[in-house]
Design a protein around this ligand. Structure first.
Ligand code: HAM
Length: 420
């Protein structure tokens, strides 16, 4: 009998890999707790309308990607494609709102989208995310972004882009949609079939097209930022102002609209060049109307979610490309008589070059074994101190990474080289 394989687009997380998952989840929990966020867990499946009403009937997620089925009583159920809509359902149902105080929640779980599997894209994938419920103010948008950045940094990811945009309030979007539709209709014959179909159903998503012709046409399309009304402008300006104060780098991206319908005002995405076509490893934004779409009263909120598989892919890539030296200098002596000179030299280097990692031998080892150690530590340089160097107050500097050349120089020249 043929063996049974797992479903396309799903993956077993095997014992050899589970540590990486646990480490990432531990960091997510720690950072969330430090920012005052508490964990919530909701069922893996929900009534279909949670997502059709929440995420939006005209989105790709609801239209093409949901795992929807009738259960034995004929009720339409859906495996959650994301967390925000079901979390809001739960917050309303369990009455988790306190007046004038945000409810801060985080989650880690698996989500399901019927997408074409490729690198970084799965049909079952995992997210870590947070939601700051019940705050209309730009300070909460920034809190959420700062938490995301804190998490990313603690994972060890430093090379990423934060793309930022505002899609304004409902009035802004309605006005902009009319202007964008006009523009796209005028250029319709040059757009891809997919974008042509979207002009009427999901106009903003045309801005997201990856088709090269479309991208050229979109480059001259009206910008949503020119349509922001006073309220939307004020909100966005404040978000940018606080991010600037916090020294956060971002790229204003007027074409960033995201794939879910519930957003208003701030939207953002984290992108990494390590990921190829699926370059977004996290995204989020403000959603001021989702609660009322799911039957509650309006509760302005903001949050983000990150794809755990994509984060782990980035971390793997960083590790593979990490040929960075672990240390900069190993100071060796040819004889223990010169250890005093070596100690003085290490103090001098540390004092003058605070960013240089400098280790001095303290075990009186032979030069041969120290050179082996330097290779193992991937050191950039080795400094050798022998009789001549000690007598002349010089050092011999050996380049370990490039041509393995060695030069004899004085201490000041060494600092010059190290700080160049
Ligand atoms: P999203 O952009 O649809 O947003 O998903 C967030 C992240 O989940 C993506 O950036 C990506 O890393 C990961 N992801 C999405 N689909 C897949 C897939 N098929 N395979 C692997 N990873 C995937 C949301 O889900 C919103 N609920 C985020 C949010 C929270 N907005 C406000 N609060």
């Amino acid at each position: 009998m043929a063996t049974i394989q797992s479903i396309r687009g799903t993956k077993d997380i095997l014992p050899a890999d589970v540590n990486k998952w646990q480490e990432l989840e531990n960091i997510a929990r720690k950072v969330s707790n430090q920012f005052g966020y508490q964990e919530i867990r909701t069922p893996i499946f929900e009534k279909t309308e949670v997502f059709s009403r929440g995420v939006g009937d005209n989105t790709d997620i609801v239209n093409k990607e949901m795992y929807t089925f009738a259960d034995r009583s004929g009720e339409s159920l859906t495996l959650r494609p994301e967390q925000t809509a079901s979390l809001v359902r739960s917050v309303i149902q369990n009455n988790l709102i306190t007046e004038n105080t945000p409810t801060r929640l985080f989650y880690i779980g698996s989500y399901f989208r019927y997408e074409r599997p490729q690198k970084g894209r799965f049909r079952e994938f995992h997210q870590y995310g947070i939601e700051c419920i019940n705050s209309p103010y730009p300070e909460s948008d920034v809190e959420v972004i700062l938490l995301a950045i804190n998490f990313i940094k603690r994972l060890g990811i430093t090379d990423y882009k934060l793309k930022l945009n505002s899609i304004g309030n409902t009035e802004t979007r309605n006005k902009y949609k009319t202007a964008l539709t006009d523009y796209l209709q005028q250029n319709k014959h040059n757009l891809s079939n997919e974008s042509q179909a979207r002009i009427e159903t999901n106009t903003l998503r045309v801005l997201d097209s990856k088709n090269n012709n479309d991208i050229e046409i979109i480059a001259s399309a009206p910008s949503i930022l020119d349509y922001l009304d006073n309220e939307s402008n004020e909100h966005f300006n404040k978000v940018k102002e606080i991010l600037d104060i916090a020294n956060i780098n971002y790229e204003i991206t007027p074409t960033l609209v995201r794939g879910l319908d519930y957003y208003s005002h701030t939207v953002f995405e984290f992108q990494s060049t390590y990921l190829g076509a699926q370059d977004a490893f996290g995204g989020g934004g403000r959603y001021n109307n989702l609660f009322s779409q799911l039957g509650g009263k309006d509760i302005p909120s903001v949050g983000f979610a990150m794809g755990i598989e994509r984060l782990l892919l980035i971390l793997e890539n960083i590790k593979e490309n990490n040929t960075q030296p672990q240390i900069d200098i190993l100071i060796c002596t040819t004889n223990s008589d010169y250890l005093k000179y070596a100690t003085e030299l290490s103090l001098f280097v540390r004092q003058n070059c605070p960013n240089i990692i400098c280790i001095s031998d303290v075990n009186r080892r032979s030069l041969k074994s120290l050179l082996r150690e330097a290779n193992k530590l991937n050191s950039r340089y080795v400094i050798i101190i022998g009789e001549t160097e000690a007598a002349n107050n010089t050092i011999t500097l050996k380049y370990m990474q490039e041509n393995k050349e060695q030069i004899t120089i004085n201490k000041n020249k060494l600092i010059e080289i190290l700080t160049a």
